[in-house]
Write a protein that binds this ligand. Structure first.
Ligand code: FE2
Ligand code: FE2
Length: 185
């Protein structure tokens, strides 16, 4: 199936949401190994998604919004100042997600290493920290889906879109080798 760029990225958002639902269940059951694995997987998948946006999508958006030629049929064309402002916020949220999750992983590795039988203090704090990421991610994804992804579809030329789609697809497949596909069922 040949999906458009906005649909590819939206479906990646949904797949990451499913990982978060599984992570929530792991916290409910309090199984440290599952919490550790699913947090690591969430972090990796979000990092891949962010790389696709940082390196490829956002520059293409700025290029299209800034170009005078533009696409005559665009009905959602933002001003360059608005697009820049939105992208600055989205980029800083990406940095927040990656910083927080790197910190969470450090704490989780410590719990796993200590084989703490009752990680009662650590886990609720970690869950709260992940909760803050998840909350911001929901509004972040909503802004991307209601604005940025639409700009891409409406304003980037078809030739550039084809290249952009290949670049994004490559990032979204670039999963770290530690994730064996057999672990991900
Ligand atoms: Fe994003
Ligand atoms: Fe996104």
């Amino acid at each position: 199936m040949d999906l458009a760029i906005d649909k590819i990225l939206e479906s990646d958002h949904r797949e990451i949401d499913v990982i978060l639902e599984r992570l929530d269940e792991a916290f409910e059951r309090g199984i440290v190994a599952d919490i550790h694995f699913l947090t690591d997987y969430f972090w990796a998948r979000l990092a891949m998604h962010i790389r696709a946006e940082h390196l490829h999508l956002f520059p293409a958006v700025l290029d299209a919004v800034g170009s005078k030629a533009g696409n005559a049929v665009s009905i959602s064309r933002p001003t360059l100042a608005h697009a820049e402002e939105v992208l600055i916020i989205l980029r800083s949220e990406h940095n927040f997600f990656m910083d927080e999750l790197a910190d969470v992983m450090k704490r989780l590795r410590r719990i796993v290493r200590l084989r703490d039988p009752v990680p009662a203090v650590g886990l609720p704090l970690i869950r709260t920290q992940i909760g803050r990421v998840v909350e911001t991610l929901a509004s972040h994804n909503a802004v991307e889906e209601s604005e940025v992804y639409i700009w891409v579809e409406e304003m980037v030329s078809n030739a550039k879109k084809a290249k952009l789609k290949t670049e994004i697809a490559r990032e979204l497949k670039n999963i770290p080798p530690r994730f064996d596909s057999s672990n991900l069922q």
